[in-house]
Write a protein that binds this ligand. Structure first.
Ligand SMILES: [Zn+2]
Length: 258
């Protein structure tokens, strides 16, 4: 069922409130757009909190980013949205925000690219990190160009993240998955580092996508996600607690200590 313009406006207002309540933006950060048809993009304007918008605050721009309807001014980050729509005909909504944990990884120069969690591998593949670019200029999107055709969630160096999907809810959920993954990755890192899944398990997860009806773009690319073998873990082997105690006992006995 095709939604009316009024319903699409309400969707952006609702998602904006969620993005704000989740703490993914501060003050007037972030922007959300929906592709209405081949010629028009419904967009959040500049200078408003995404948590306190009214349906009438939204503006409509054409595919060049020129405003064709609405009182408020367009955001300078509209160019990034237009680039994504141009490169991805399958995409109908783009959400850009600064979720703090994923953005922390982006500021530290660390992509969220380890094969750790089944849902993330199935839904996103991995989340690559694009280099920094000055907001409001083509330099912002240039580092993202090679990534946009392959991934639905991209971290932006020293800035934030952008996610996109077939509708605004799908774009929002991708960002939620990414930020949740960032939080879990951080905890695993604090606890001494995550156990990365081996390639055989990652391949099974990619294969299971059709079963779950997932239309994610990202397939298995070398290094995205990074699998256990990529980390040179092939030489590691695992022992049970009893085996380990046995080995230690043996070593102590051999040295005449026990
Ligand atoms: Zn931003």
């Amino acid at each position: 069922m095709v939604k009316t313009e009024r319903e699409l406006r309400q969707d952006i207002v609702d998602i904006g409130r969620l993005v704000y309540q989740k703490g993914w933006v501060a003050a007037n950060d972030g922007n959300i757009t929906i592709r209405m048809d081949q010629q028009r993009i419904l967009a959040t304007p500049t200078g408003v909190s995404k948590g306190m918008m009214h349906a009438d605050d939204l503006i409509i721009v054409d595919m060049k980013g020129e405003k064709i309807h609405g009182r408020k001014e367009r955001t300078s980050e509209i160019l990034m949205h237009l680039t994504i729509y141009e490169m991805r005909p399958d995409i109908r909504s783009v959400v850009h925000a600064h979720p703090p944990v994923a953005t922390g990884f982006a500021a530290a120069g660390k992509p969220l690219n380890l094969a750790l969690l089944p849902e993330v591998i199935i839904g996103l593949g991995c989340v690559p990190l694009a280099g920094y670019g000055l907001p409001g200029t083509p330099a912002l999107t240039d580092p993202m160009l090679p990534l946009i055709p392959k991934y639905d969630a991209i971290m932006m160096g020293n800035h934030g993240a952008v996610c996109y999907g077939e509708d605004v809810y799908k774009a929002f959920f991708k960002m939620e998955t990414m930020e949740h993954f960032a939080r879990i990755s951080l905890v695993a890192e604090l606890l001494g580092g995550a156990n990365v899944l081996p390639k055989v398990e990652v391949d099974k997860l990619f294969d299971s996508r059709t079963r779950y009806g997932v239309k994610a773009r990202a397939g298995a690319e070398p290094g995205c996600p990074v699998v256990a073998e990529d980390l040179g873990d092939q030489d590691r082997y695992y022992v049970t607690r009893e085996e380990l105690i046995g080995l230690v006992d043996e070593a102590l006995k051999a040295r005449g200590i026990s």
